[in-house]
Write a new protein. Structure first.
Length: 390
């Protein structure tokens, strides 16, 4: 991709797509500023090179209409604090008021356009909306890796109207995730959990072909255990996956990565709330499996201990309950003593690392959720495909 380093920036307005879709507190303050922090190197570079950044982002899902609770005002405030600069929030994403804000801003100011998704033209990749955005910039910088899997006006439409470049974060994301897909150092272990198994089957197939071992925990494991004859107690797996799961298991038996499933769980009895240990293939009735058990933790740790590349996506249990966070925390904490490349991707996974205090076990934590997973699956991402090659 053509890097922003190749752009002529002095005196230019740089229209920058950032991913400031950050969580807010109930009193509308930024709860986690990691995505803002990750964009700072590119923003500092632009300013030092004499460019005037005009930033655009979405926040939440306002469904194409203004919503005061999803205004980027708290984001503008936090960005100004981090950069020690004045950040002006335009009252709208496009239109005369936005253009006036950009035009009247001082050369040392940054302008942040109001939430892109306040206008339905953003998600529709509407040409008029894209043209409205493009009028406020001389060049375009893609810095929102978390949105490059969406063909929206701010990721695809504008890039076709202005000279387009990749920002530092997008470059770094592509470089780090390519380490998983191109020539990973081996043994390569994928630790995959969470739910939404149907959505993640393409990711499983990708890792079956690329990795040496797949360690499956959480609700991810349930359809596979059931297909192998397991009794899952009071928590059935996602329905309608039997054929795909059987095909996956049959293919795995002949080639590709070895799949390891839990051999025991921590379960909770719905009748009295007791927490028990249970065999993975024989979960008692009235019980729900909410974390991997001690023997599974030991088995998975053994594979992780001998790895050189690890990819993590999705917790092993219900980590929001401290009683069922041990499996995920113990496995991820153990990586700190293991050399090699450790990468995590997926929005819920990044939050899990922070909540469990194990960020230090990873060499890279992607800012992309669906974008990172689709990149690893090998799909073409519209927001990357539209960027010119060097």
């Amino acid at each position: 991709m053509r890097s922003v380093r190749a752009a002529s920036l002095e005196g230019k307005r740089a229209l920058v797509r950032v991913d400031f879709n950050v969580p807010l507190t109930e009193d509308l303050k930024v709860a986690d500023d990691r995505r803002i922090v990750e964009a700072l190197p590119t923003l500092r570079y632009l300013r030092e090179a004499g460019a005037r950044p005009v930033l655009m982002s979405h926040l939440g899902r306002p469904d194409g209409a203004p919503n005061p609770k999803l205004s980027l005002k708290p984001v503008a405030l936090r960005l100004g604090q981090l950069l020690q600069a004045h950040v002006t929030l335009a009252p709208a994403p496009v239109g005369p008021s936005a253009e006036a804000t950009v035009r009247e801003a001082r050369p040392t100011d940054l302008v942040l356009l109001e939430n892109l998704r306040f206008d339905p033209g953003e998600e529709a990749n509407d040409s008029a909306f894209a043209q409205g955005l493009a009028r406020m910039g001389d060049l375009f910088v893609e810095e929102a890796f978390g949105t490059v899997h969406r063909a929206h006006a701010s990721t695809v439409g504008v890039a076709k109207l202005l000279p387009a470049y990749a920002g530092f974060l997008v470059e770094k994301e592509v470089q780090e995730l390519t380490r998983l897909t191109a020539n990973p150092e081996r043994p390569f272990v994928a630790l995959l959990g969470g739910a939404k198994v149907k959505d993640k089957l393409p990711l499983l197939r990708r890792f079956r072909a690329k990795a040496d071992t797949l360690l499956l925990g959480g609700a991810m494991a349930f359809p596979f255990l059931q297909e192998l004859g397991g009794k899952l107690g009071g928590q059935p797996p996602e329905p309608g996956l039997e054929k795909e799961v059987r095909a996956f298991l049959d293919q795995e038996a002949g080639a590709g990565a070895t799949v390891r499933l839990p051999i025991d769980f921590l379960v909770q009895d719905a009748r009295d709330g007791r927490v028990l240990e249970a065999e993975a293939m024989a979960i008692p009735e009235h019980c729900r499996a909410l974390d991997i058990g001690p023997r599974t933790r030991a088995l998975f740790r053994q594979h992780l201990r001998h790895s050189r590349t690890v990819f993590f996506n999705g917790p092993m249990g219900k980590i929001e309950d401290p009683r069922f966070a041990t499996g995920t925390r113990e496995l991820l904490a153990s990586l700190k003593e293991v050399g090699g490349v450790h990468i995590s991707a997926g929005g819920d996974s990044a939050r899990a690392l922070t909540d469990l205090g194990v960020e230090g076990s990873f060499t890279y934590i992607s800012t992309g959720g669906g974008a990172a997973l689709e990149f690893i699956e090998g799909r073409e991402l519209p927001g990357l495909a539209v960027l010119p090659k060097e």
